[in-house]
Ligand binder design. Structure first.
Ligand SMILES: C[S@@+](CC[C@H](N)C(=O)[O-])C[C@H]1O[C@@H](n2cnc3c(N)ncnc32)[C@H](O)[C@@H]1O
Length: 213
């Protein structure tokens, strides 16, 4: 993490206590090294769905459904629904079971397919799109997703600061070079997308939030 771990922990400690289900999902993701959003990011996602009043929500990268629970809790308040996509069938099935346990199953449709194949077939637009899948594919997602954001809608993207390594001159293992340069390219394109206004929030691993006008 590029900003003090203590700061993220402090922000996390300010949050209301998380229920047993979210805590169980956090332990599972830690034990199995399945990357999921931090609780501060989850809280932000739920709040943003609520504030924006989003009803049609799309998530790319479900994993076991941790961030989906937050999105769906927001959707419950707006009368909305979540469609979430993950190419890993086992994770998608586990997410489905967690969402049933969270009593959110009816609000969430899980699609197990490669987003790069699935997105070109999507015909409707979404009020809120959350992207948290393969970092090296972010530039491709942007091309496919930007036309799907409804006018006035939001695009939120996780890990955009990628441990701070997007900053020129950062030192990191060469195996990350492809992902770092994809993320830099993604940010450059996002900031220049016509019709979008963008801001970056540096908590978690860095979140981009973009509004389409
Ligand atoms: C970081 S995890 C998602 C974590 C989840 N958003 C959360 O915070 O609980 C990324 C997920 O994206 C999925 N993924 C990666 N590339 C994908 C693609 N091209 N299409 C669909 N899913 C993809 C992986 O299978 C993985 O489960």
């Amino acid at each position: 993490m590029f900003y003090p771990f203590e700061l993220e922990k402090y922000l996390e400690d300010l949050l209301p206590p998380r229920d047993e289900l979210l805590l169980e999902m956090e332990s599972v993701s830690l034990e199995e090294t399945i990357p999921v959003v931090t609780p501060t990011v989850g809280n932000f996602l739920e709040l943003m769905v609520e504030i924006s009043g989003a009803r049609d929500i799309l998530e790319i990268g479900t994993a076991i459904g941790y961030s989906t629970v937050y999105l769906a809790r927001g959707a419950k308040k707006t009368g909305g629904k979540v469609l979430t996509v993950d190419m890993n069938k086992d994770r998608a099935e586990r997410a489905s079971r967690y969402l049933e346990r969270a009593e959110l199953g009816e609000l969430v449709e899980i699609h197990s397919e490669n987003a790069l194949k699935y997105l070109p077939q999507v015909k409707k637009s979404y009020d809120f799109i959350f992207v948290d899948a393969a970092k090296g594919e972010y530039p491709e997602y942007l091309d496919l997703i930007s036309p799907l954001v409804a006018s006035g809608g939001l695009l939120v993207v996780d890990n955009v600061l990628f441990r701070g390594w997007v900053v020129p001159g950062s030192v990191y293992d060469s195996k990350y070079e492809k992902m770092v340069s994809a993320m830099r390219g993604f940010l450059d394109r996002l900031y220049h997308l016509p019709g979008f206004k963008v801001s970056i929030l540096p908590f978690g691993d860095g979140l981009a939030i973009a509004r389409k006008y």
